[in-house]
Design a protein around this ligand. Structure first.
Ligand code: SF4
Ligand code: SF4
Length: 148
């Protein structure tokens, strides 16, 4: 048998096998597939643990366009009142900020759903960083309903 015919038969066999196996796709957004344990997604900040040391912003390879530490209110352990701010569109999810943080206050999560209708809303302050995407989406929804 010639080589192209063998390849065609192999492809045909693979397609036939797929017909009787479980689909690899899911009905998003009702269903989501699981992500790898090592997946690095949306950054979260534990405001209780942050001491405002600025190490995270110094380690960020994307510079101040991505991560900044900005002055705010001193609160709890953060006597200096310096809080991380992250533009999650500029972030490349390298995880260096998490690695250098001495108190494990900042970390990456498996969350990957971070869509917005306004680009300016991708710039998260410390309070937004401390909330989950579902909490932020709920707040956005309430804001929208309030404006109608
Ligand atoms: S994950 Fe990397 S790119 Fe993103 S804010 Fe942290 S250090 Fe910067
Ligand atoms: S998140 Fe961590 S590294 Fe960044 S300022 Fe707070 S304590 Fe320092």
């Amino acid at each position: 048998m010639s080589w192209p015919v063998v390849r065609m038969l192999k492809s045909f066999k693979r397609t036939l096998r797929r017909l009787f196996s479980k689909p690899v796709t899911v009905h998003y957004p009702e269903e989501t597939s699981s992500v790898s344990e090592r997946f690095r997604g949306r950054i979260v900040l534990d405001m209780e643990a942050c001491i405002g040391c600025t190490l995270c912003s110094q380690a960020c390879p994307n510079g101040t366009d991505c991560m900044n530490v900005v002055p705010g209110r001193s609160q709890g352990n953060n006597k200096r009142g310096l809080w991380p701010r992250v533009n999650i569109v500029q972030c490349m999810y390298c995880g260096l900020c998490e690695e250098v943080c001495p108190t494990d206050a900042i970390f990456l999560t498996p969350e990957f759903r971070t869509s917005r209708t306004d680009r300016a809303k991708f710039d998260y302050d410390s309070i937004q960083l401390s909330k989950t995407e579902s909490e932020l989406a709920l707040e956005g929804q309430k804001e929208l309903e309030g404006g109608l």
